[in-house]
Write a protein that binds this ligand. Structure first.
Ligand code: DC
Length: 217
């Protein structure tokens, strides 16, 4: 229990990133946004002119990702890419390269290195199943596709971007299907993970629930 780990896995736009970051802040733990690493690798490949289908080359780039995380920014090769990695096409690219076994292997140790005192909250798809299988608390955080699409839609509108709700919902369903169907580390609820459906919960309620489960162990 020197370096306890809480894993929060779930589908895209479920709010797991927000919840995980707040739980980490509340406990004073480190926070790993593993999706950002896949997004960074996809963006890096794009910028280096490497196709997302080219497993060996993408894995080579992922293994030497010149990335850094500061308080609220993400850097690639010295450039602030915080907004760029959140673009919809980079999310799709991340989902594509995440299906390549050598890319996942290239990022494995980098993710495990985040397990440091006083503890870690890690969010992603395979945090509880592959990266931290012995985590103290595993949560599978989800919400209905309709609710997730509505949340993403509101975020985009708030950022002043144009958004099409049916298209967003379709993209979310396509990404879920690809993340769940891949042969390596597919998205699914592990038998030892607790289910947290946030469709009808506020962020605050979701955070409280995770903290309560962690304290109850
Ligand atoms: O959580 P996110 O939307 O930022 O993740 C982007 C993509 O990366 C997502 O489609 C699936 C992939 N991913 C993954 O396969 N494993 C993880 N641990 C995190 C993300």
């Amino acid at each position: 229990m020197l370096r306890p780990v809480i894993t929060i896995d779930g589908p895209s736009a479920s709010g797991k990133g927000t919840v995980a970051a707040l739980v980490a802040r509340e406990l004073g733990f480190h926070y790993l946004d593993s999706g950002a690493l896949y997004r960074l690798a996809a963006l890096y490949a794009l910028r280096e002119g490497v196709s997302w289908e080219d497993e060996n080359q993408v894995a080579r780039l992922a293994a030497q990702l010149p990335a850094a995380f500061t308080d609220d920014k993400v850097w690639l090769d010295g450039h602030d890419v915080s907004a760029a990695i959140r673009a919809e096409d980079i999310g799709m690219g991340a989902s594509r390269i995440a299906a390549l076994p050598s890319v996942r292997a290239a990022l494995l140790e980098r993710q495990r290195a985040y397990q440091q005192t006083p503890g870690l909250v890690a969010d992603g798809r395979d945090m509880g199943s592959v990266v931290f299988p012995r985590a103290e608390l595993k949560v599978f955080l989800t919400a209905s596709a309709e609710e997730r699409a509505a949340r993403r839609y509101k975020q985009l509108i708030a950022k002043g971007e144009s958004a099409n709700l049916p298209q967003i919902q379709q993209d979310i369903c396509d990404r879920d299907a690809r993340d769940a169907a891949r042969s390596v580390a597919p998205l699914r609820q592990e038998p030892d993970a607790r289910l947290l459906d946030t469709s009808a919960l506020t962020i605050d309620q979701a955070v409280k629930q995770v903290l309560q489960w962690f304290r109850e162990r």
